[in-house]
Design a binder for this molecule. Structure first.
Ligand code: NAD
Length: 244
């Protein structure tokens, strides 16, 4: 029996995590923590801390987890460079599973995107389109950013220099190295991602559509069970699913 602490427990993902954990006999929720609660007490209430609160919370929480030797699963997205560096530093002391998306389907999309980029080569233009519900705070989605990083990694180029977030005015002809990223927002869309590979004469589109947050919650809880007892390090859902 593994005891987990859910941080961000009153949110959309937090509520789904609590519901899913309640149905898994191998898991117990030691504490459900949200804004205003004492994080240091909460960290001591379980063996693995699962964070789906906000990017501003994650680095400080990871530092607390590192101080207490608590493994962590990070689901928050939208971290700035400073927050990312602080989290990475914690991975030297504790095992961390950090993924912009915990669904098995999206992790399959990650794998397929890498393969398609390698097979199709630089002659195909890549555009990434994501859509989420009207309440989502960050853009592009963490998953779209991961997809762009995968494409850039497979092409051996820097993601920072290749990204093009939307277009307006007269941007001119599309440079071949560009990776277009476009964010749509509306309604209650849980999360749609499409990677388009286009070249004269043909187009390949890889699409994933999430219709329930349970896919993320069940993946994150699986990651919590996987990370317990691992050596310190930075892991992703690709490690949990043996997709690397
Ligand atoms: P939400 O706004 O519904 O919930 C966030 C919760 O965190 C709220 O209840 C809020 O009160 C709480 N919170 C804020 N500050 C806090 C603090 N200091 N301490 C404790 N709790 C605090 O958001 P959501 O839709 O549930 O998403 C949460 C995060 O998870 C976002 O970053 C989102 O992008 C990410 N997300 C990741 C995945 C994935 O698979 N990795 C999937 C869905 C959402």
């Amino acid at each position: 029996m593994l005891t987990v602490v859910i941080v961000g427990s009153k949110g959309r993902m937090g509520q789904t995590l609590l519901a899913c954990a309640g149905r898994l006999p191998e898991l117990r929720v030691g504490a459900a923590v949200d804004q205003g609660d004492d994080l240091s007490v909460a960290v001591g209430a379980g063996e693995v801390v699962v964070d789906f609160s906000a990017h501003t919370v994650t680095a400080g929480l990871a530092e607390r987890c590192a101080a207490h030797g608590r493994p962590m699963v990070i689901g928050t997205t939208g971290h700035d460079e400073n927050e990312k560096a602080r989290v990475r530093a914690c991975a030297k002391r504790i095992p961390l599973v950090w993924s912009s998306n915990f669904s098995t389907g999206v992790n399959t999309l990650f794998w397929l995107t890498r393969k398609a980029t390698e097979i199709l080569g630089p002659g195909f233009d890549v555009e990434i389109v994501e859509m989420h519900h009207r309440f989502k705070k960050d853009a592009p989605s963490g998953t779209a950013s991961t997809l762009a990083e995968i494409v850039a990694g497979a092409r051996g180029v820097s993601v920072g220099e290749s990204l093009r977030h939307g277009r307006k005015g007269i941007p001119g002809e599309r440079p071949a190295a560009e990776i277009g990223v476009h964010s749509l927002r509306g309604g209650d869309v849980v999360g749609d991602h499409t990677v388009i590979f286009a070249t004269p004469g043909e187009r390949v589109e890889l699409t994933h559509k999430a219709s329930s947050r349970e896919t993320f919650a069940l993946g994150a809880l699986r990651a919590a069970q996987w990370v317990w007892g691992r050596p310190p390090g930075l892991y992703t859902m690709q490690d949990v699913l043996s997709l690397k």
